[in-house]
Design a protein around this ligand. Structure first.
Ligand code: RFL
Ligand code: PHB
Length: 391
């Protein structure tokens, strides 16, 4: 088997990349270890930057997003008796974010792909080889049979646990990691959201967040312990805790309804500064993880693959790797700025066990600064709405 770009993983990064390459007239094959229903059923990201929405439209996948997205002009912060709406649109000269679930993004991109070349589902990649030559290879299994895909370039869009990053020789890896002392317990519920914007709350029991997927479906999160078990939390306990933390001493009540999905996710910050090794390029969660506070993971993946698609197109069509040579530098600038934003927002809103009163007072001072200084609020809003793209 042969193709121009071999793509490992049909998450958002791989699917966006494949669509961009297709529009540029470049062939690709996507190998995905799971099946289509599993990938389409994964409940993850919800908030997309204006740039990610515009990218979907630019690559010809904008129809559903335009009809279904819920545009958010701001966000509400609750802490220390304060409830403040941050008007992101006004502070950034008109930029907004939108709630459009990762499930919908993935569905739209898979539908687009299926119209010309299906993803190879159930094809786990076991290893990659020869990527430091001009004949890289991807080794995978299909229906129990070992196969090889020969390609000009490999895109490692296989998430944090995939094989691409692991294939880079240890001496060439430059990685940085920070693991937080708390996790997120998230639920999806058939309940009308009470607020039409996202709410972030800092409460003495920990962080809480209300978001949504549609006018009928709420998406809600609370901070929990790293060693917590979802079995420790009945639905009623979760609703009570959400009301308490989001209420901040008022008689605030969410609309309750059947919980259709629940799970716990750890929080991690991670950067692989080595995003290229010969003809292997890492993009999305395989190269970096941000904690979900700030809602940047999928958005960063889109920014990476915009650069990668431009670089691969130029390399394959014109024989020039000059954009690919800049790939790491262009991506890492955005990645580190976004890491800083996500870490800062996470540590300002969560209560770590054993946190000193000094650290807690600093958290509150940070949040009071945002709501009392237009300059500080603007800095937050610029990051939340997302930086402009280079490519
Ligand atoms: P993914 O989505 O992990 O996809 C990688 C794909 O690779 C496949 N794979 C393999 N395929 C073949 N062979 C192998 N050996 C393979 N190993 C792995 C996997 O099956 C999978 O299909 O990575 P990608 O494409 O880089 O996308 C990243 C995003 O999914 C992630 O950054 C976001 O979900 C993060 N995120 C959010 N991002 C936002 O921009 N806005 C948000 O509001 C937001 N909220 C969130 C989030 C992530 C969360 N969790 C659960 C981590 C909220 C949560 C709770
Ligand atoms: C979501 O809607 O899933 C969501 C919203 C805001 C975040 C993270 C996730 O910071």
């Amino acid at each position: 088997m042969k193709t121009q770009v071999g793509i490992i993983g049909a998450g958002p990064a791989g699917l966006f990349l494949a669509q961009m390459l297709h529009r540029a007239g470049i062939d690709s094959v996507i190998l995905e270890s799971k099946d289509q229903n599993y990938v389409m059923g994964r409940v993850r990201a919800g908030v997309l930057e204006q740039g990610a929405i515009d990218t979907l439209k630019e690559i010809g996948v904008g129809e559903n997003v335009e009809a279904e997205r819920m545009e958010h002009e701001g966000i509400t912060f609750k802490f220390d008796g304060v409830e403040r709406y941050i008007d992101v649109k006004a502070l950034t000269g008109g930029r907004t974010v939108s709630v459009y679930g990762q499930q919908s993004v993935v569905r739209d991109l898979i539908d687009a792909r299926n119209s010309y070349n299906e993803v190879k589902w159930h094809c786990p990649v076991s290893s990659i080889s020869d990527f430091e030559t001009d004949k890289p290879k991807i080794h995978f299994t299909e229906n129990g049979e070992e196969k090889t895909l020969a390609c000009d370039y490999i895109a490692g869009t296989d998430g944090f646990w995939g094989p691409s990053r692991q294939a880079i020789p240890a001496a060439k890896q430059r990685t940085h990691e920070f693991v937080y002392p708390y996790s997120w317990l998230g639920i999806l519920a058939e309940a009308k959201p009470v607020s039409h914007v996202v709410i972030y709350a800092n409460h003495e029991n920990g962080f809480a967040l209300q978001s949504m997927r549609s006018p009928e479906i709420s998406r809600l999160y609370i901070q929990c312990d790293n060693d917590d078990d979802i079995k420790n939390w009945s639905d009623e306990m979760i609703w009570d805790e959400l009301d308490l933390r989001l209420g901040q001493g008022t008689d605030f009540k969410l609309n309750r309804g059947p919980v259709i999905q629940k799970g716990i996710s750890p929080l991690r910050s991670f950067v692989s500064e080595t995003m290229r090794c010969g003809r292997l390029f890492l993009a999305g969660d395989s190269a970096h993880i941000v904690p979900p506070t700030g809602a940047k993971g999928l958005n960063l993946a889109v920014a990476d693959v915009r650069v990668l698609a431009a670089g691969l197109t130029k390399a394959i069509k014109d024989g020039s790797e000059d954009i690919l040579d800049q790939y790491e530098a262009i991506c890492l600038d955005r990645i580190w700025k976004t890491q800083r934003f996500s870490w800062w927002l996470t540590t300002s809103f969560h209560r770590a066990k054993g946190m000193s009163t000094f650290e807690h007072k600093l958290q509150l001072a940070t949040l009071h600064t945002i709501v009392s200084s237009e300059a500080a609020a603007t800095s937050f809003a610029e990051s939340y709405a997302g930086m402009p793209y280079i490519y």
